[in-house]
Design a protein around this ligand. Structure first.
Ligand code: AMP
Ligand code: GLY
Length: 420
């Protein structure tokens, strides 16, 4: 069968890598892809937000399956348009993708279906937001409603900072994404991520993972898309997973179906494990990046039948096998990230992949003749398996030290929370 993967990050390289190993797949394309994906698939020069051209390409090539990695094309309705043309597409519809593209939509679903989450108010102007802030105590959580590339959340330590954030959001700092603002109560606890495939009716829980969001060692410095991850996440015990399935995921499946927007695709729940139990911080309508990299490293089953079953509403027929080993990935980024950084620096050498036990997934890379160049903020994901998280960590960092790229950096402590 012919498969197209849409996206160009480490997440999409990991998905492409898993899909490439399926005996069912005869032709594999990526749009636009990156320097690593080009080694295992044919790259197509179409950006992931160019919905019309993606649909045209999938139609011309008679794709059997399109797998959409990032949230942007999902919220632009790529899956709806492909489905209309009779092309199978993995990912939620535009309506269902509102679980990520509108924080207010997600919170209203929680209110309607008793899903545990932080107390909140959806605000349409600055006065309304400030009035609600005065009912809460510090720290304050202020969120732009729409997609803001992970930057639309402010945790303010005092009221003046909180009111400043409200003014900035309504003042257009995040464009249309800030037309509405959600104010929330601050939740205490440890964060964890939960992933499940949903087909509109059934759920299939995936392995657990935890990522490291801050740029600096010891969880310091600004937030990033994620500087590393490991799987399994020790905090997510089987009992806790069951509680999340019952209290958060199952009512979401039911609620979305009742709203006429049945959810199909992968649902990624960002959780706060509080003393009163797990509470939903946010939903993402896609795999986490870099969490996907460690999930794919541990997946032993063929991914393609699970993706097809998600699209077809047959997830009850699927069972996925996961390696007992731990996986850990270290993100190497361009010096300066998440601020500004130079583009086009050369990565002179990479460690060799070793029997699937060590894989370097690419994110912002491109091939220029014989050279491999860094083009993005997050550039490489050095991913290793090991008998324990500690062993996976040692292997990943040994491989990081083989990377010859003076303009890159990474955190040196990915996995510390689990290893401690
Ligand atoms: P979000 O984009 O909604 O996941 O928010 C980004 C980060 O802000 C989360 O990963 C949390 O670390 C933090 N955060 C968001 N909402 C809350 C909340 N209600 N209480 C505490 N921390 C939060
Ligand atoms: N690593 C977090 C995310 O993908 O949103």
């Amino acid at each position: 069968m012919k498969v197209l993967v849409v996206g160009s990050g480490g997440r999409e390289h990991a998905l492409t890598w898993a899909i490439a190993s399926s005996p069912q797949v005869t032709e594999l394309y990526c749009a636009p892809g990156n320097g690593g994906m080009g080694e295992i698939a044919t790259l197509v020069d179409i950006q992931d937000s160019d919905i019309d051209r993606l649909v045209q390409f999938a139609e011309d090539k008679a794709m059997d399956l399109v797998v959409v990695g990032p949230e942007n094309p999902l919220s632009l309705g790529l899956v709806d348009q492909l489905t209309e043309k009779g092309i199978k597409a993995f990912g939620p519809t535009q309506a269902a993708a509102q679980l990520e593209s509108s924080k207010g939509y997600m919170k209203d679903l929680c209110a309607d279906y008793d899903i545990p989450t932080a107390r909140y108010k959806r605000c349409y102007d600055a006065k309304e937001a400030k009035d609600f802030l005065s009912e809460l105590s510090a720290p304050y959580v202020i969120k732009a409603d729409g997609l803001a590339a992970g930057k639309g959340v402010v945790i303010a330590t005092d009221l003046a900072e909180a009111e400043g954030a409200v003014d900035e959001m309504f003042g257009g700092k995040f464009g249309d994404a800030g037309d509405q603002v959600v104010i929330e109560e601050f939740l205490q606890g440890e964060e964890a991520s939960f992933f499940a495939l949903l087909d509109g009716e059934h759920m299939l829980t995936l392995a657990t993972a935890q990522d490291y969001k801050r740029v600096g060692d010891g969880d310091t410095g600004p937030n990033t898309g994620g500087m590393g991850a490991y799987s399994p996440a020790l905090i997510m015990t089987p009992e806790l997973c069951k509680q999340v399935e019952e209290e958060i995921i199952a009512p979401t499946v039911r609620g979305m179906a009742e709203k006429g927007a049945p959810y199909k695709g992968v649902l990624f729940a960002g959780l706060m494990i509080t003393p009163e139990g797990p509470k939903l911080i946010e939903f993402n309508v896609r795999f986490g990046d870099p969490e996907c990299q460690v999930l794919m490293a541990r997946l032993e089953s063929d991914l393609v039948p699970a993706l097809l079953a998600t699209v077809d509403g047959r997830l009850d027929e699927i069972d996925l096998a996961w390696s007992d080993k731990a996986a850990l990935t270290v993100v190497m980024a361009s010096k300066g990230y998440p601020g500004s950084y130079p583009k086009g620096t050369q990565i002179k050498s990479l460690p060799v992949d070793r029997d699937g036990e060590l894989t370097v997934f690419h994110a912002g890379t491109t091939r220029d003749g014989g050279k491999l160049l860094a083009t993005g903020g997050r550039v490489l994901n050095v991913t290793a398996l090991g008998a324990t998280i500690g062993e996976a960590q040692a292997r990943a960092y040994a491989a990081v030290d083989e990377v010859d790229w003076p303009e890159g950096f990474c955190r040196r402590d990915i996995g510390w929370r689990a290893i401690k």
